[in-house]
Design a protein around this ligand. Structure first.
Ligand code: HEC
Length: 152
């Protein structure tokens, strides 16, 4: 009797463990997906503000412009860490292609290029003539990676 009880408890524990593991995978993958999307949204927001500034539609002090560019640089440096975990069990909507994880060596270094260009941009904050071509380079980093590693 005790024996059966023990086996029953063991089976129940194992069963629970398994279902927790399955839930944990989904929860972990959703959290990772959300976190990398927040990081990208931050980059997108900074770029939108820089675009507005360049068009003369948003007046901003030079240090604020520099900090926006540094924010992009920092986010780019943190991005490989945020994308590192493949998220096959995510149920959140994601546009990240599976190629990111099968072709990581082609994907991840692009963030280093973005970081470098964003830092160059920060260094000339306020000088719109110098910023123009650098912002163009930064924009190319975004588009190049999105074309290859993001589904529509
Ligand atoms: C090395 C690749 C790479 C680079 C460089 C990159 N992105 Fe992304 N970006 C992605 C991927 C992959 C996603 C999809 C993430 C997902 O849906 O899980 C994404 C998603 C986004 C999103 C949507 C976020 C959301 O809430 O779903 C925005 C906005 C964005 N990127 C802006 C930018 C901008 C602006 C730049 C350039 C300054 C940039 N990205 C550079 C790979 C990149």
């Amino acid at each position: 009797m005790t024996h059966f009880l023990k086996v029953g408890i063991l089976a129940a524990t194992l069963g629970l463990g398994l279902s927790f593991a399955a839930q944990a995978d989904e929860a972990t993958d959703n959290a990772a997906t959300q976190s990398r999307q927040h990081l990208m949204s931050g980059i997108g927001g900074a770029m939108g503000t820089l675009g507005c500034y360049m068009k003369g539609e948003c007046a901003l002090p030079d240090p604020v412009v520099a900090n926006l560019a540094k924010g992009v640089a920092y986010a780019a440096s943190a991005a490989p860490g945020a994308f590192e975990i493949a998220t096959p069990d995510a149920t959140l909507k994601t546009t990240a292609k599976a190629d990111i994880w099968s072709d990581w060596d082609k994907f991840a270094p692009r963030f280093a290029v973005l970081e470098e260009n964003a830092l160059k941009l920060a260094a000339v904050a306020g000088d719109k003539a110098a910023m123009g071509p650098l912002l163009g380079e930064v924009g190319k980093s975004c588009k190049g990676c999105h074309d290859d590693f993001r589904s529509k």
